[in-house]
Design a protein around this ligand. Structure first.
Ligand code: ASP
Ligand code: MG
Length: 469
């Protein structure tokens, strides 16, 4: 029997109607073995984080706890009949966990917001929501177990952005999940908290914001690694039909991307509309595990996005944008060929935890340009000015820009690139920098921020034939 790992995000956990839809989906997939990876209710992770960062006033803690309590109790009252065993268990769980959360806030107030405390506090969102869904499935006469993912996903020590340690995770999956899935007498659904893991010494870690997608693919990866059955699929239930060719903000009625491969998907997830967690593809690419992005409101819809080995090389898959970016250019005054300039730039950025998303250097090595998010630009510039190396020998320039990314195998053809630049030229849009790595399925173009919308529209219109429609 196939195994499907499904992820239900916060938008699948709104009210009684949405919980009923989960039962409907369960019925549609009744003949497969199922793992449900569950996110926090919408907005709860944000509340947890904001509260942990602002604990000076004890009223803030009380307000946060009562808000979180209210949101969960509201759901419980909608989905369970009062005083049933499920209702009571769910309510007791909320009580217990919120008192643990209260203690955690007190600790943070006393000792400061260490990275570990941050992840520990953030983990409560998923721990609350997943337990409720598990009780709900039970109350619908389904067999279901609640498993907190810190029993399953073992990670490195990178709090807040942890990576799975697959060997250790595989054996946890083998020991704890496989027996439940393979029990021939029972059709057990596993309800697993998204987003969280633990490091080797037992501290809770989190996989980065939006990380429940990643939880789903990590589990699929491990099941594939250790199991006999290789018929495994991941479904992410979202509030949209799938990935779109272009953000509808720029081009309304943008079409759905039906098929794309892992490489294309990685680019699109990274630059795109935040529908897919960029890291999550890493876990399924090696084994070619297919992943579907489907609309939670239309579970039987024939149109959805599938990420697998299958793609159409004749198409441009997506056009996306980084709307608020800054291009920083480091220009050498006199010396060409100073070894180690790039190393110094990147070291400076990495020390300050600034991510660099595009790099362009002329082969004369006179200048190097790179992109950081607008948010990080002040920090990046300060770091460069503060280093004697850069302040003495180099000029540093910065400009607010946007970056357009055009993704798909078709971009490897020179003709496609010619069409793109012709389109931009028609609208007199200056290209400030470009980047495409060797064999890269993505072309990045840096332009003036005000021209972004014009640029996307003209590229879309002129390359219409190559776009997936
Ligand atoms: N609850 C977490 C977040 O908001 C993880 C997720 O939603 O996937 O980032
Ligand atoms: Mg969320």
């Amino acid at each position: 029997m196939p195994i499907i790992v499904m992820k239900f995000g916060g938008s699948c956990l709104i009210d009684k109607t949405s919980f009923k839809k989960i039962i409907n989906i369960t019925n549609i997939y009744k003949d497969v073995r199922k793992i449900y990876v569950v996110s926090a209710l919408n907005g709860i992770t944000d509340v947890l984080l904001k509260t942990a960062q602002n604990l000076e006033d004890s009223r803030i803690i009380d307000q946060a706890i009562s808000l979180i309590e209210k949101r969960h109790i509201d759901i419980i009252e909608q989905i369970f009949d009062e005083d049933t065993e499920y209702y009571i268990k769910a309510k007791d769980w909320i009580d217990d966990k919120l008192s643990e959360l209260d203690d955690a806030f007190a600790d943070i107030k006393e000792f400061g917001l260490e990275p570990y405390y941050r992840d520990y506090v953030l983990s409560f969102g998923e721990i609350l929501s997943t337990f409720i869904l598990n009780q709900y499935l039970l109350s619908n006469q389904l067999d279901s177990v609640y498993i907190p993912a810190n029993q399953i996903i073992i990670t490195n020590d990178e709090f807040n952005n942890a990576y799975p340690l697959y060997d250790l995770t595989n054996s946890r999956v083998n020991n704890l999940l496989t027996p439940l899935l393979e029990n021939p007498k029972k059709d057990t659904i596993i309800c697993l908290t998204g987003f969280i893991g633990r490091n080797k010494i037992g501290y809770i870690t989190t996989l980065g914001r939006g990380g429940s997608d990643y939880t789903a693919t990590i589990v699929a990866h491990s099941l594939f690694s250790i199991g006999k059955d290789k018929d495994i699929k991941v479904i992410l239930w979202k509030d949209v039909d799938g990935l779109l060719v272009i953000n509808p903000k720029f081009v309304p009625n943008s079409s759905l991307i039906r098929n794309l491969d892992y490489n294309e998907a990685k680019h699109i997830a990274n630059f795109g509309a935040k529908i897919l967690h960029p890291k999550c593809l890493e876990a399924i690419e090696k084994y070619k595990i297919p992943l579907e992005i489907r609309n939670f409101d239309k579970p039987l819809e024939a149109q959805f996005t599938e990420i697998s080995e299958r793609t159409d090389k004749e198409q441009i898959k997506g056009i996306s944008a980084i709307e608020l970016a800054t291009i920083i250019t480091v220009i050498s005054g006199s010396l060409v060929d100073v070894p180690g300039v790039l190393a110094k730039i990147f070291k400076t950025m990495s020390k300050n935890k600034i991510s660099v998303s595009l790099v362009a250097q002329s082969s004369s090595e006179i200048s190097t340009s790179f992109i950081v998010s607008a948010e990080d630009s002040e920090k990046a510039l300060q770091a460069l000015y503060n280093s004697t190396f850069f302040s003495e020998f180099f000029d540093i320039k910065a400009e607010e820009v946007a970056v357009i990314n055009i993704t798909g195998s078709k971009i490897l053809e020179t003709k496609t690139k010619a069409e793109i630049f012709n389109a931009l030229d028609k609208k007199h849009i200056d290209v400030k920098a470009i980047s495409q790595g060797y064999d890269e399925l993505n072309l990045s173009i840096v332009i003036n921020r005000e021209k972004l919308s014009d640029a996307i529209i003209v590229i879309h219109d002129d390359l219409y034939e190559e776009l997936e429609t």
